[in-house]
Design a binder for this molecule. Sequence first.
Ligand code: G6Q
Length: 550
Amino acid sequence: MNGPTQLDAWKKLHREYGRIRPLHMRDMFATDAGRFDRYSLKLNDILFDYSKNRIDEAVREALLDLAREADVEGWHERMFRGEAINHTEHRPVLHTALRNFSGDPVLVDGVDVMPEVRSELERVRELAEAIRSRRWRGASNQPITDVVNLGIGGSHLGPQMAVEALKPYAIHDLNVHFVNNIDENQINNTLERLVPETTLFIIASKSFTTQETMINADTARQWLLDRIGDEALLSHHMVAVTSNTEAAVAYGVGRENVFRMWDWVGGRYSMWSAIGLALVIAIGPDNFEDMLRGAWEADRHFREAPLQENIPVLMALLGVWYNNFFGAETHAVLPYDQNMHRFPAYLQQADMESNGKGVDRNGIPVTWQTGPILFGEIGNAGQHAFYQLLHQGTKLVPADMLVPVANFRCIARHHRALMSNILAQAEALMKGKTEAEVREELGAAGLPEEEIAFLLPYKMFPGNRPTNTFLFRTLDPRTLGTLVALYEHKIFVQGVIWNINSYDQWGVELGKVLAKGILAEIEAGRPVDSHDASTNGLINYYLGLRPKKN
Ligand code: G6Q
């Protein structure tokens, strides 16, 4: 494909956009009682309502044509079959193999990777059970009470998001911490609450070279040594997850405590692998397996459901509709569940690192918009912060709202109020508030006509702001797995339509390389003039002020 703008469906969508733009969803609902039934789908315990979108049958058909013409189905088969669709790194993209319960082989270079996947999962299970059952003992024969995941990006965000989301499923006498940042505050704040003899570090790094993770690992290692003294005992307190086994062993991690990753799993798609070790320890192997099963069910749905009933395909197409035709720059993810508070951050990486690309699969700069700016926050908190802009600002911000029907420890009064909030917000964003409604409201409140006329423009809401609602029974491991996998596939479908490679991340490299050079200059400690004036100025200012002992 040369680019989506050449496709017939794209041109048709332009015409459809001109037709639908003046229409208001409020009227579409008023004239069509079947809209909810027609534009909502179910997958297991998840209801996906996409009826509050600026679409009708003709738009949906044109969007589905776009998916057909971009060969979305051909591409997902290529992915599932293990073709090297990450063409700039010459790699297959097979996070789906990590949750493949079908019994079918998954071939990479002609070799079935499933036996390895299963045996690694079994090793993860054994380690997690040893720690959870207190069989695993630290240097002074005490059980582990605290597990610290040292990792960043894809080796951090997924497990952390899921540990938070699945808190009700975690055991209580074991704390799981995450240290991703290189600033000394985070590791200091974490370590000062812990005891070396009862702490286990997971060095989670696919490459085992990432600066942030390795500096944190060094600090953790020294902290252990200062107390435990004997290097040989470190193996009781450090395990690693990496595709660079030899580097981990050379670092001092016992070979039997190095868990494997594969280069066909991208970092931001790796929470299903041993990178999820901290999560497995927290919620237990059976719950982790339920999460994998939930993801597998989403994989099957993505692969088998016809396009018009395919949730990730529809999520993707709606995103393209607003991104490329309405000119929306952003997409908001608004979970109404405090345990999902890291979900937007997780998706931010999954989406923006995957589809934040400006060059197409042929190496040519794109002339169409690619991935949106994704942001989000817990819904209720957002309502009292940035929803003002969603309702009355000048930007169109399509949003996903996610809410469980019940919580693990449900307090009915809380939950009823929560539900009323999400439903009211989605309705208000869709309907808005007309002049007549404002007049009536202010009149009923007894305001004089002059005051009503003054307040009118401020109190009106344009509405017509699209939302998808995900309503699920409860946030259990299976549902979380399904939700995350749906988003993964949505990202993939958008990448296919935009004709970009969603699985490389060259944009992350430049800063890393420059930081290395600047670190050397900082360590040398002499004034520099090798950069632009601003960078020179900042480095020299820092060198002049930094504490001399550092
Ligand atoms: C994800 C990216 C990136 C990566 C981190 C950590 O897709 O590749 O976020 O996960 O840079 O890398 P390591 O796991 O190699 O430390």
